[in-house]
Design a protein around this ligand. Sequence first.
Ligand code: DQA
Length: 150
Amino acid sequence: MSHKVLILNGPNLNLLGTRQPEVYGRQTLADIEGACARQAAALGLQADFRQSNVEGELVTWVQEARAGHAAIIVNAAAYTHTSVALMDALLACDLPVIEVHLSNIHRREAFRHHSYVSKAALGMICGLGAHGYELALAAVARLLNTTVEA
Ligand code: DQA
């Protein structure tokens, strides 16, 4: 059985493709989901890819991940900068957490420089667009030892 990785996407990421493409690129969330599924399979992992605009739903999914997932990759979008609740859930889940952002949050407005998610993450990848998700999966594969290539 391959390890299941929860890939969580926060608010407004459902709009990718048309949402500020100069910042977030032209790939849709479905494009990113497809790339993650392919990359996960190549690494011996299984991607469980989800998006929600609702903070509490993301918190509940993190709580539930403990039972059936081996790691969490999270782009919490705007909740990155605001959500103590999501941070607390990630701290409590006892799973390796990798944080991803499409844009380089440190080159942007000051309010994006602080991340609550980072307090619970092993590492963070930002500024590399959708490729960041694939890099995060490679990091998870190495952490879980599912591949010799990662
Ligand atoms: C984002 C960066 C956040 O600051 C922003 O609120 C997002 C997307 C990113 O992927 O670059 O919605 O997480």
